[in-house]
Every structure is written in C-alpha cells, then in structure tokens.
Design a protein around this ligand. Sequence first.
Ligand code: SAH
Ligand code: SF4
Length: 347
Amino acid sequence: MKESIYNSSFEELKSFFIDLNEKAFRAEQLWNWLYVKGVNELELINNISTTVIKKVASKYHISHLNVNKRVISKDGTRKWLLKLEDGKEIETVYIPDSNRGTICVSSQVGCTLSCSFCHTGTMNYIRNLNMSEILGQVIFVKNELKDWNYKVEKKKLTNIVFMGMGEPFFNYDNVIKAINILTDEKGLAFSKRKITLSTSGVVPKILDFKEDSDVNLAISLHAAFDEVRDILVPLNRKWPIQVLLKALKEYSKKRSNKRITFEYIMLDGINDSIKDAQELIKLIKPFRAKINLIPFNSWPGSNYKASSMHQIQIFKKFILEKGKLVATVRLPRGDDVLAACGQLKSF
Ligand code: SAH
Ligand code: SF4
C-alpha cells in the first residue's frame, strides 16, 4: 500500500527528490502545496512536471480522514467522528471564539489510562495515531473551514490543544514530529505559543519534552493530595504529586519563559474544599503557573457531580486572594453534544 505523504518530514521528502535526481527545491514546492495551499490530490499540483508527480504518486498518496458523523453544538462547537484507514474511529473538536479558533486533537484511539472522571478512559485502548492521523485532523478541519491560503489575520484555525482522546506522552515521537510540522514556518505555521499539550503526568516524557519542544505544557493535576489523585488519575500511583512536581521544576529551569497550566477538574465534595485550595496553592506557588478550573462535564454513567458554580467561584477567589495565583474557570463548550473536555468517546 502507498504511504500517506503526511507521514514524511520535510527532510525525508527532500531525500526522496534527491534520490530521483530531482532538485531539492521540489520538496519545497510540494511542501507548499500540502501545507499552505492544502492540496487534496497530487494530480492538482501544476508547477512540478507530470512525470515527476507520477513518481511521487507511485510511492505516496494524500490521505484523507473520512467523516462518520458530525455534530454542531448550539454554541458553534463542532465535533466530528473521523474514520481512520483501518476503520478505527477518533473524535476531533473545533471550538470557535471571537478572537480565535481552537482544534482539540486526539493522539490515540482510546486511552490506556482510566481516569475515573473521563469518558475516554472508559474506552479500551486501541492504538497510537501515526503522524498522518494527527496532522490529518488539522488538515481535515482546515478543509471544513475552508481555511487555506489565508492571510494571517484572517486565519480561522489559530490554536491547537492536544486534549482530545488519548495521552499524548504515550505517543511521544509521533506527537513531537507532528508538532514540528504544525509549527513549520514554510507550511502550516502555527505559532508555538498557540499550541498546548496536556498530559496526565508522564514524568519521564516531561523531562524529554523540555528538551524537544517549546510549545505550552498543561498538567492534568486535578487533586492536591495523593490519596485523592490516586483515584482520579491512577497514573499518580506510579508518579505521585511530589515526583511530578520535581520533574516540573526541571522543566521550568529549562523553559523559564513558559507558564505551566495546571488543570483542575472541579468535583463536588471530592476536591473542591478550601483545604484542597490551600494545598493546591502550596504546590503551585513555586511555579510560573496558571490554574485552569474545569467544571466537570458529565457523561452517561459517570459517578461524579460537578461542583456548583458558587463553590467554583469561592475556590477561585481563595486561590487569587490567598495564593496570588492566576486562576481561570474554563467554560464548558459543546457539552450539549458531548464535545466538551473528557466527554470524547467514539460513538
Ligand atoms: N490525556 C491527556 C489529554 C486529554 S484529556 C490528559 O489527561 O491531560 C484533556 C483534559 O480534559 C484533561 O485535563 C482532562 O483531565 C480533562 N477531562 C477529562 N474528563 C473530563 C470531564 N469529564 N470533564 C471535564 N474535563 C475532563
Ligand atoms: Fe486518558 Fe487523559 Fe482521559 Fe485520563 S483524562 S483517561 S489520561 S484521556
């Protein structure tokens, strides 16, 4: 079977042309077609000779993710169930805002971890996504939005969050390679400041990540005490809070210009007391950080209840006033169609 061209780095495409005795700048032309113009078929490329394109087409094809289902929330959030070449399915979400458009990208089919509040965690883990499937989600959404050949100020899709299905640090190599392509200035040219990777706390990969990438890092902390985090995020039994924070100190030393986002899901009676807020301040105080309070999004069969907005505001105020830390409350988007954080699961 032919390879998806989206699995190749720029260097690989360059070597491909050089092996054909073609000039290396053909790779630049092809790259521009793929990632600036958003070409859908190799045959449409009109500044490289047909003979050369035929050679490209004998090795590669431009892969497409097909839609199995699409839903639009009343707030404009869109969710697609996308079918991969082997028939497996993933979800991708687009969240429009007045000043930006964000895509929430999946990194795996399912997830090996089973955080007790997360819908994706109830699915069986199936496999990692390859690079063409990660990039394919962004390309798919750009096609849907007709967001190619834009002038920069008109770009609809501006932000990327790795917060869809899966744990991105368990698919580390493909995610990092995909980020390199997403931020390539001669291609899709996403700003590094507008890409955020969220991890449940895979310590060894946090240490690798500080060397390999300077996109933003978000940590799914969710609890300030190990007893609680052990239950919410079972990975905590392997890498408990203090071990996680030690790795984050290393990260901050290397990436001192970056602010870490700590995600904290608000669950009624579980992690939303003032005692929790006090401990959270203690943990986070040493970091250049912001706290993102996430009202729990419920899903069919979940055992938790969201904290009341009143309690979330009390918690937030305490963190701001006593901890002098930045805390924001994430408004649920697309929750009427199960497109909000943690509600993703193949239908
Ligand atoms: N696996 C990674 C990234 C995907 S989850 C991680 O856990 O960080 C993206 C974010 O959604 C995480 O912060 C996750 O904890 C949060 N989330 C999961 N289930 C949720 C739910 N039911 N309601 C609100 N947020 C949820
Ligand atoms: Fe996996 Fe993240 Fe869901 Fe936990 S919260 S089960 S790590 S997707």
